[in-house]
Each structure stands twice: as C-alpha cells, then as structure tokens.
Write a protein that binds this ligand. Structure first.
Ligand code: 6R9
Length: 695
C-alpha cells in the first residue's frame, strides 16, 4: 500500500503540470522549443480541437480513472471486461496473484472461471452488432497498384473455414500450431482460426532462419505448420517454403516431426509449379481450405487457458516461450488500444509491425479487432518502390492512426522531407511509436513533418511479456515531452528501484519494475516456470523486473533509457547477445565471440561482434563475410553483425567473465573511458583490441 500511495503521489504531481502560457496562441500545437533548460522542460501540448474530442481529455479525468484502477483493480477491470461476451462470468475473484517469489511460486490469474473466446469477441460480436459490412482488413501488397479487403463477416467466414480444416486434421484445444507467414491477410486469419478452436498459436517472424524456426518447432511440437511458398519484399523473392522444409528436416533430427505443412500459394511471388513439395505432408491452402463450411462452432475456453506462445530473446542463447492466456490479454489489449490511440469507430488504423512480433499480435490483430477497427496490413517494405510508400498508403486508405517504430522514422527522416510532403497525410490524427526509445530529434521530425504538428504521438513502452502498453501517453490528456513515454496506463504501477531493489521516489533513475499484476501480463515461460521466476521476479523480489533502465523527472514523466541486461534492440527487434555469440562460435574457424550493442544512427542499436579466431587462422575479408553469413543463416538477416572486430583475446576477469563494459566502450570508441582494467586476467588484451579497432 505504501508504494501505491507513493506512486499516486508521483502521478498527482501531474495536477500541477505546467499549463499552457496565455501568450502562446494561434498554433495547433504549442512547442516551447527555444529557451529550454533541458529536454524535461520541452512540452508539446495537444491542440484544443483534439482535446475536445478525446476519450480522456485532461489529467484530471486520467487521474480519476487511474486512481480507481489502482485502488479497486477488481472493480475497474470487471467493468471493462463486462463489455465483452462471456459464455460464463468469471468466479468471485477477478484477480488472484502471488507476485512475490519469497511467498512461493509466482502465479497470476485474471477472470479465472470465466468462459469466453477471443476470436468470438473479435469477429462474431462485431458481426452481430451491426459491423458485418465494415472493413476489417485493407491489404496492401508489396507491389503498388492493387489492394484487397475483407469485411468483418467475410473475415469471420475465412477464419471459420480454416478452423474447420484444422479441426478436421485433428487439431484440438491446447494443441500448438506454428505460423510462419509474411504479412498476408492469411496471417491474422490463421491466428484467429487457432484461437477459435482453442489451439495455441506460435507465430514465428518470417525473417527467422530455418535453424531458429526449427528450435521453436522442437520446443512447442506443433501439430501443423502454416506457411506460404514465397514472399516478395521490395524487389527480392524469399522462398519461405524452402526455409520451412529445412527446418522440418532439422526438427525431425531432434525427434519432432510435423504431419501437416499447410502452404498458401502466394502467387505474385512464386507459382506453385516452382515450389518444392513433400507429398503426404504438404498441402496447398487454396486446394483445401475454401472447401470447408463458412461457419464453425466456437471452442469456449477458460480465461486462463493459453492463447499463444511467442518466443522472445533473453540473456541466454535459448529463446523464451512467452505464454499469454485468453481473458486478461483480451481485456487488456482492447482497452490499451482504445485509450492510447484515442480510438473512434471511424478510424482507419495502420500499424507497420509484423505479426511475428508482439506488436503485431496485440496491435495488428487482437486489440484493434476487439474494438471492431479497420486495420491496414502491408505486405511490403516501407522504402519500396521509394521512401514515400508509407505516405502513399496513408493517403490511399485515409489512415487516421499510424503506429510505427523509431527505426523507420529515422530512416525516412534521412531520406528527406520531400518524400513525405508530396503526400497529403490530412487524414492522420494520432501517431504512435514502439520498440525502443525514440530520440527527441526523431520525435520532432515525426511530429512536425509527418503529422504537420497536428497529431499527438503515443510513445508506447511495453514488452512481449507485458502483452500490452504499460507506460504511454493518452493523446489529448496531457502535454507530451519528446522522448518520454509519459505516464502509466490504467492498472499499472511502475516503480524505479536501485541496485538493492529499494524503491526510489520522486525524481530519480534506476531499474524499471512493476508492482503487482495487470491483466495482460504473461503467465509463464513455456515449459520453464523456474526461468520465469529467475529472470523476472527474483532480481528484485516483490516486483516484476522489466530489464529496462528508466528515469522519472520532476513532473513525474517516465523516460526509458534502454536495456540493462544482455539484450540489444536492433531496429526495434529484440536480440540476445548470447544468441548471436552462439551462432558465431558455431563457425568452425571462430574460437570465441563477444557481442555488444553500439549506437547506430538508423537502427537505434547495431550489433558489434568481437571475434577470436581458432589458432593459426588468419583474418580475411572472406572470413568476415562467412561469419556474418553464419549468423544470417542461424538466426536471420536482421541479426547480422554490423561490425566484426578481430580479437586476439577478450578482456576477462580472473574468474573468466567477459567484461562487456570494456567492450561496449571500445565499440563506441570511447577509448578514454575504459575505466578500471586492473581486475582483468590479462590487461594487455585491451591494447591489442584498440590497435585492431579499424582493421
Ligand atoms: C513492444 C516491444 C521490449 C523492449 C523493452 C524496451 C524496448 C519497447 C519502447 C521501448 C523505449 C518505448 N521498448 N518500446 N523502449 N520506449 N516506447 O517492442 O516488445 O520486442 O519484447 O521489446 O523494447 O527495451 O524492454 P519487445
């Protein structure tokens, strides 16, 4: 209770937020840019017109709702949950949790005993309430010039056909299905079909290599793998089915064989005649699925039954299977979507994330569709055929809410304003950012150039583990500070702790933790509850530890400062340094590798690898390329190191621990800030590394 009170005090400081000075008028949004003491004092106010129509139009309204969500979570969340369809209402206790490892095993349950189905709530509920003919999905293919769309009732029919097919193949409640698809409409269709029959989907981003896919297949043992033959990204054709074939050979070697590989023929990328085929196992989607009935009984599930598994990177080489359940996730993604984007039924919403990441789960598929929103899905790359493509799509579909990642903002910013300003973008009203901290200059460009200084930016901080937004602006509710994710969402109690796990109050920096659960929280790591507790609940007992550093300023705004563990964030993609290291050392000529992140102008962070070669092997350009190729093959192109630094030795402590602190400094060329190297087993390796820095 004490921390809750403290937290409410932080939030209360908002009621004394600097108010808009009377002298500044006439602008849509007022930017107090000039005589700033620091970024903390840089306030961007929402314009009056926006505030008038906003769902949460003032700090006061937010505070009222926020206070209730903290003081009476059960009341607050059951009111929200009642807007959904429940076959049977949950039992007496809305939430039951043990959040403190010191009191036994960590357990989180929301709406336990409630019986529902998230696919039903996304589709049937919208169809039955008058939205049958509303567009659910606009699909924009890689090549400009055409488009496709599905209404809510058409989407429901497609989902039912696939659900019936899967049932026919023996898929039952609780069975896993791996989905390895690019951004075709079939990707959300597949997710929703699984949810409809209670199967647990595990979407694997279609940029992952055969080895990474195999690793995930071996872990979750799916009954069916759903993929397509190929995809075109920009001008490049990627033969996805070949990757799946290789991964299935690899999985079989590890004792996991998959009976059915349902393959969508993505004709524009590759004809079926050119696709390699294993008769008996492989089935063309178009040959079987359309033959099934367009209605399918819903499998009613408990709120705590698993909905999906999504593998994410941690600080060891083995990806973690983050498990989300049904009821709490449903309520949480729907509510966060609605408030953080100030969603109105007339909005056209486009999130550029791929469904292979959590953002595509919560904010391409579930959150928006639970609200009956119209969602744009784009198959291609944002710079093809040119860097104006995003704005072309915005104008084409009259997108009102545009949600993307800082890496895209920075790369478009580099391409020049003219690619933006040649399009109207008048439809836009809310912008969003996710994946990594957005630097104030990119924020400003996004705000001024893309949004014509008219659209608030929701810089949403959250994680695969949190299921939905945790710290985020509510557009229209309060002034923004470029680079700050601002304040916690309803029901979320962030705390900042020091190394010892003691909560720090007021203006401070430290480790970002969360006190007590929220409905969208993950419930375990698949098959490894112990790792769940060790990673997230043991570092600071009593709290969920996010792995992020954070500071809070004098006005109570939160500023995320990046990961504090061995996870790096490249173009918003989470990559464990250990995963890249283990790929590198699998190369026969690599003896040892240490990977760190370094600041990268466009990607946010780049991957910097120190590599020690096997004795007697000389450095060569060819070897450099072959090392990079190894990582591409084992993890995926997005994890390829930007820099290989030859290292005759690595700086290690006497107990053999690599001192990454020193490697980070070398990677960023802060050579006069190496700090104390005296505890190294062999301090001379540092000089050698500096000598080889630009080789
Ligand atoms: C949603 C998502 C999670 C990590 C997280 C943090 C970083 C995400 C951010 C942000 C600053 C934001 N992160 N959003 N940092 N500001 N708005 O990206 O999930 O892939 O699990 O990554 O991303 O470091 O810990 P995930």
């Amino acid at each position: 209770l004490k921390t809750t009170k403290n937290h409410l005090r932080h939030v209360d400081s908002m009621s004394t937020l600097p108010s808009r000075a009377g002298k500044i008028t006439g602008l849509n949004a007022v930017i107090l840019g000039e005589a700033l003491a620091s970024e903390e004092d840089d306030l961007v106010f929402p314009n009056d017109e926006f505030v008038r129509q906003a769902l949460v139009p003032s700090p006061k309204k937010y505070l009222e709702m926020y206070k209730r969500s903290i003081e009476d979570p059960a009341g607050f969340w059951s009111d929200v949950a009642s807007q959904f369809y429940w076959k049977r209402r949950w039992a007496e206790s809305v939430v039951s949790e043990n959040f403190d490892v010191r009191n036994g095993s960590v357990k989180i349950e929301w709406f336990k005993g409630g019986i529902t189905n998230i696919c039903y709530n996304c589709l049937d509920r919208n169809v039955e309430s008058g939205n049958a003919d509303k567009i659910a999905i606009y699909w924009e293919p890689n090549e400009p010039g055409s488009q496709d769309s599905l209404t809510y009732s058409q989407l429901l029919q497609r989902v039912c056909q696939l659900a019936n097919y899967l049932k026919d193949k023996g898929v039952r409640k609780g069975d896993a299905i791996v989905i390895y698809l690019p951004m075709l409409m079939e990707l959300p269709i597949a997710m929703l079909a699984c949810a409809r029959i209670g199967a647990v989907h595990s979407v694997v981003f279609a940029g992952f290599s055969a080895d990474s896919l195999a690793q995930r297949i071996v872990d979750c043992k799916p009954k069916v793998v759903i993929t397509c033959n190929a995809v075109k990204r920009g001008s490049k054709v990627i033969p996805l089915k070949d990757i799946v074939d290789a991964s299935l050979i690899e999985s079989a070697k590890n004792g996991v064989s998959v009976d059915v590989c349902l393959t969508y023929e993505n004709e524009s990328a590759m004809k079926r005649e050119s696709t390699k085929w294993q008769v008996g196992r492989d089935v063309w989607w178009q040959d079987v699925v359309p033959k099934y009935p367009t209605t399918c009984e819903v499998e009613w599930v408990d709120a705590e039954d698993p909905l999906f598994l999504l593998y994410t990177s941690g600080s060891t080489g083995k990806p973690k299977g983050v498990l989300h359940t049904t009821g709490g996730y449903m309520v949480y993604t729907a509510t966060t979507f609605k408030y953080a984007f100030d969603y109105k039924p007339s909005d056209i919403y486009w999130c550029t994330a791929d469904c292979g990441w959590i953002t595509g789960h919560s904010y391409v598929t579930y959150g928006p569709m639970l609200n009956g929103a119209t969602v744009v899905i784009f198959e291609g790359a944002p710079n093809y055929p040119d860097p104006g493509r995003s704005w072309d799509i915005v104008d084409k579909f009259k997108v009102t809410i545009f949600y993307t990642a800082p890496t895209l903002v920075r790369s478009l910013m580099r391409d020049g304003d003219e690619y933006v300003t040649r399009y109207s973008r008048k439809s836009l009203r809310v912008l969003g950012s996710v994946g990594e901290p957005i630097n104030p200059s990119a924020w400003r460009w996004f705000f001024n150039v893309v949004g014509d200084s008219r659209c608030p930016i929701s810089d949403t901080w959250w994680q695969t583990e949190t299921g939905g937004f945790m710290i985020t602006p509510l557009p229209g509710a309060w002034p923004q500070k470029p680079g700050s994710a601002t304040f916690p969402f309803f029901g979320v109690q962030p705390v900042i702790v020091d190394e010892k796990g003691a909560e720090i109050e007021g203006e401070c920096s430290g480790y970002l933790c969360v006190k007590s659960s929220w409905p969208g929280a993950f419930r375990t790591l698949y098959g490894d509850h112990e790792r769940y507790e060790t990673t997230y609940f043991k570092p600071f007992p009593g709290y969920y530890f996010s792995g992020d550093g954070c500071s809070r300023d004098k006005d109570g705004y939160y500023w995320l400062t990046g990961r504090v563990d061995d996870v790096i964030n490249v173009s918003g993609h989470r990559i464990g340094t250990a995963e890249v290291e283990s790929a590198l050392v699998s190369h026969p000529q690599c003896a040892e590798a240490a990977v760190v992140g370094f600041e990268h102008e466009v990607k946010g962070q780049g991957i910097y690898a120190f590599v020690t070669l096997v004795d007697g092997v000389p450095y060569s350009e060819e070897l450099r390329k072959s090392l990079i190729l190894t990582v591409r093959n084992q993890i995926g192109a997005f994890a390829a190191p930007d820099k290989i630094h030859w290292a005759p030795g690595l700086p290690k402590t006497r107990s053999g621990k690599i001192m990454r602190r020193i490697l980070r400094k070398i990677a960023s060329r802060q050579l006069d800030e190496l700090g104390d190297t005296s505890t190294l087993a062999d301090p001379s390796v540092v000089e050698q590394l500096i000598e080889l820095a630009d080789r």
